[in-house]
Design a protein around this ligand. Structure first.
Ligand SMILES: [Zn+2]
Length: 102
């Protein structure tokens, strides 16, 4: 299948696999073609990669809740189907882990 990608939504759907390196070469090519023509998607890929990195590292837990929340909201607003990192990594009650006021 060498269909071109016409919708950013399709692009987003493929990104996870693309970044993991599991996307078939022809689909990866189609994705890259779209990315080269679509600045919003280029921006999204950068953000997506950075966010994934954060999600995987302990840094995400040390990130201020407010910042993490706004980042998630930002991605959610732009990316249908974006999965909040919050749900995966911040499952524990916040009260116990919240920074103490000094
Ligand atoms: Zn696009």
């Amino acid at each position: 299948m060498t269909a071109e990608i016409h919708h950013c939504k399709d692009c987003v759907d493929l990104l996870g696999e693309y970044i993991e390196g599991t996307l078939p070469p022809d689909r990866a090519k189609a994705l890259e073609d779209h990315l080269s023509l679509c600045p919003p998607c280029i921006t999204f890929v950068r953000t997506y990669k950075a966010t994934r990195k954060l999600c995987r590292s302990a840094l995400m837990r040390e990130m201020p809740r407010e910042l993490m929340h706004s980042l998630s909201s930002f991605l959610e607003a732009r990316v249908p189907g974006f999965k909040r990192c919050e749900d995966q990594t911040i499952a524990a009650p916040a009260a116990d882990t919240a920074p103490k006021k000094v």
